[in-house]
Design a protein around this ligand. Structure first.
Ligand SMILES: Nc1ncnc2c1ncn2[C@@H]1O[C@H](COP(=O)(O)OP(=O)(O)OP(=O)(O)O)[C@@H](O)[C@H]1O
Length: 435
């Protein structure tokens, strides 16, 4: 399904249209180092694949690594090989790094000098803003190509191409016929039909992501084919019709999971957890459930959400309802035991509990005040008052350790005794910050 040439690459005319610099560079095979930036499924890897195809014709090596699983050593190996190829055979190497934003800054530094001296031409693909995710020095040596979400018309073209190559027939809704009523099909393979409005809906709901659209189509076809066996009431037997129709509902179902835009490692992950946290803090149970579901349906790790809930229990509910922390820890353990999808309801229960719970940031704020006080302290920290120190040896006792300490259980009330270092006397972290 992946196009091999620019002629088959749909849309993205701003980046690789007829009059663009990139197209002329590609045509003359003068590939500069590039960062391909665009949303998921818009064709970054496909464009790299087309460049690879083109380069191979010109005996340029094309090596692919994915930053999700490649180690720094893998990059070093590629560079070493590229150096050999360059010096012994005068062969150029293009290194394609998918999801380059997943490499940390020091990993990105590994290839900087080699890009600079031309040992490798780097092509990085990223869904994240390269200004934040790619080293400034590396970025300045690359041309950034911005790819856009594919428009609906481009999606229709991509889907139609897949539909044709799979031998699926498109049913024209303006001419209503029942494809299932047509007479027999001699082949053992069923004829597959798809409603034209199902194609349009798929193109529309894929939200500019060709992978989502193609996966949705594939899932709809597979689901229809596997449920092809029908039960005949008259004969009491099952039979397989020779024609199968994919409807708008089938593609919606196929898309249900895959169309949710959620990037587990990228910005969307932080946006959604922040929205969940804020919705619970604002006691909006409805929105809280929405953000939770959006993360879980998008494939978020339930334990990650559970850990954030443990934090929320103390940061935002605190002593207004101390059992919130127990709830969160129990939800975490429950998720650990049973995993997805069963654990989703545990998290939902906890999220609603938290949204409804009274809130208090008293402890959280006071603790922050203490931390600020310690961090801003000038000079050595004050010593622990002698009367609060243990005196396990005679010498310590002689030095005054533990002297005058009032053992509270001997008294009926909290005793009047100083527990803070002398220079902090009178400070109340619950009321003020003092540093
Ligand atoms: N512009 C396009 N023209 C034709 N097909 C495309 C185009 N964009 C994407 N596709 C198809 O969609 C599928 C996914 O595209 P691709 O892997 O290039 O996306 P991507 O931008 O690299 O996504 P991701 O960031 O999620 O890795 C490919 O199989 C390809 O066939």
């Amino acid at each position: 399904m992946r196009p091999d040439t620019l002629q088959d690459y749909i849309g993205q005319s701003r980046a690789v249209g007829q009059e663009t610099l990139l197209r002329s560079l590609l045509e003359t095979n003068e590939i500069p180092s590039l960062i391909l930036w665009g949303p998921p499924g818009c064709g970054k890897t496909t464009l790299a694949h087309i460049i690879a195809n083109n380069s191979k014709k010109h005996s340029i090596r094309f090596v692919t690594l994915s930053a999700t699983n490649a180690k720094t050593n893998d990059v070093r190996d590629v560079i070493k090989q590229a150096q050999n190829e360059k010096s012994f055979f005068k062969r150029k190497t293009i290194l394609f790094i998918d999801e380059i934003h997943r490499f940390n800054k020091s990993q990105q530094d590994t290839f900087l000098p080699h890009v600079e001296c031309g040992t490798i031409t780097l092509i990085g693909a990223t869904t994240e803003n390269p200004s934040f995710q790619v080293n400034a020095a590396l970025l300045s040596r690359c041309r950034v190509i911005v790819l856009e979400k594919l428009p609906v018309e481009a999606m229709v073209t991509i889907l139609m191409r897949a539909i044709n190559s799979l031998g699926i027939h498109v049913l024209d809704s303006s001419r209503p016929t029942d494809p299932l009523s047509h007479s027999s099909n001699s082949s053992s393979e069923p004829s597959v039909f798809i409603e034209d409005k199902a194609v349009d809906t798929l193109a529309y709901l894929s939200d500019g992501d060709a992978r989502t659209g193609l996966n949705g189509l594939q899932l709809a076809v597979l689901a229809r084919l596997s449920s092809r066996k029908m039960f005949c009431k008259k004969s009491g037997q099952t039979y397989s019709p020779s024609r199968v129709l994919i409807t708008e509902n089938d593609v919606k179902e196929g898309l249900q999971r895959s169309h949710i835009l959620y990037d587990r490692a990228g910005e969307e992950h932080y946006n959604c957890i922040s929205a969940l946290h804020k919705s619970m803090r604002g006691s909006d149970q409805n929105a809280s459930l929405y953000w939770l579901a959006r993360m879980l349906e998008g494939g978020e790790d339930p334990l990650y959400v559970a850990r954030r809930l443990v934090r929320f229990a103390s940061e935002d509910i605190g002593l207004a309802d101390p059992s919130a922390l127990t709830q969160a820890v129990a939800a975490y353990q429950g998720c650990h035991f049973i995993g997805m999808p069963e654990c989703e309801v545990l998290l939902a229960q906890c999220v609603v509990y938290f949204a409804r719970a009274p809130k208090s940031i008293e402890v959280y704020s006071a603790y922050n005040n203490v931390k600020a006080c310690l961090r801003n302290h000038q000079g050595p920290l004050p010593p622990v008052p002698l009367h609060l120190r243990n005196a396990p040896t005679r010498l310590m006792k002689d030095l005054g350790y533990g002297k005058g300490y009032k053992y509270n259980p001997m008294y009926s009330e909290p005793v009047d005794q100083e527990y803070l270092p002398e220079e902090l006397r009178g400070v109340d972290f619950f009321k003020q910050r003092r540093c």
